[in-house]
Design a protein around this ligand. Structure first.
Ligand code: SAM
Length: 219
């Protein structure tokens, strides 16, 4: 999936993935992760999610990574924050207090950049990517994040032949395949969300599940 796809989505405000409230799974499951408040949280493909501000409100430093500068600027404007802007390698960094949004390509992120990220939050990041990129995304996360990192991964599962992504269907087997070698994986919740999703009902999907995983990096 090319960068221009996402830049266009943001330019045209086609951002149906954006939630106007903090993600309920984050509210429910983050506290039981036991991530120390001092842990910095990596939020890959973060958009302008309100979850970033919520995580900062829990005492965390937050490192969001997002391609579209429009999303980054909208986030700080909507939070009524005046960010300082600097450069860090390939990224343009917007920083206000505990919140840093790095504008650029997630795949340019290096292990040094995230050495103190002992927590991870993926909502609509893995599932935003087509299959070969998901493989690369999971491998990159695993390669750069430190041992002991823990986090939440929220996926969507449906029959891919019934609808094109994004959001893409990511099965339980696929999640295991991406992460089980280096991360301990636990399913925290699986919710049938078809009834509440008119956008998906019109594709005549037979099933639509959201799944929340806990991830703990072993090596
Ligand atoms: C489906 S949206 C999810 C945004 C956010 N996680 C949320 O829950 O609202 C995926 C986001 O990833 C961004 N994105 C896609 N590819 C990226 C990449 N390689 N590096 C950084 N951001 C990327 C897109 O611009 C888009 O904002």
């Amino acid at each position: 999936m090319h960068e221009s796809f996402w830049q266009e989505r943001w330019a045209r405000e086609q951002i149906g993935f954006h939630l106007e409230q903090v993600n309920p799974y984050l509210l429910r499951h983050w506290p039981q992760l036991g991530a120390p408040a001092a842990a910095r949280v990596l939020v890959p493909l973060c958009g302008k999610s309100l979850d970033l501000a919520w995580l900062a409100g829990q005492g965390h430093r937050v490192l969001g990574v997002e391609l579209a500068e429009k999303a980054v600027q909208a986030f700080f404007a909507e939070q009524e924050l005046q960010p300082e802007i600097s450069r860090q390698g390939a990224f343009k960094v917007y920083r206000a207090g505990a919140l840093e949004l790095w504008c650029g390509d997630f795949f340019a992120l290096r292990a040094d950049d995230v050495a103190d990220c002992l927590a991870l939050y993926d909502r609509a990041a893995l599932i935003a990517l087509p299959p070969p990129m998901r493989e690369r995304y999971a491998a990159h996360l695993t390669a750069i994040l430190p041992r002991g990192c823990r986090g939440l991964l929220i996926t969507l599962d449906y029959l891919q032949s019934q609808m094109d992504g994004p959001p893409f269907a990511v099965s339980d087997d696929e999640v295991q395949g991406h992460f089980a070698a280096a991360w301990q994986l636990k399913t925290l919740q699986r919710e049938d969300v078809l009834a509440g999703n008119w956008k998906f009902i019109r594709h005549e999907l037979k099933a639509l599940d959201e799944v929340v995983y806990r991830l703990d990096k072993r090596e």
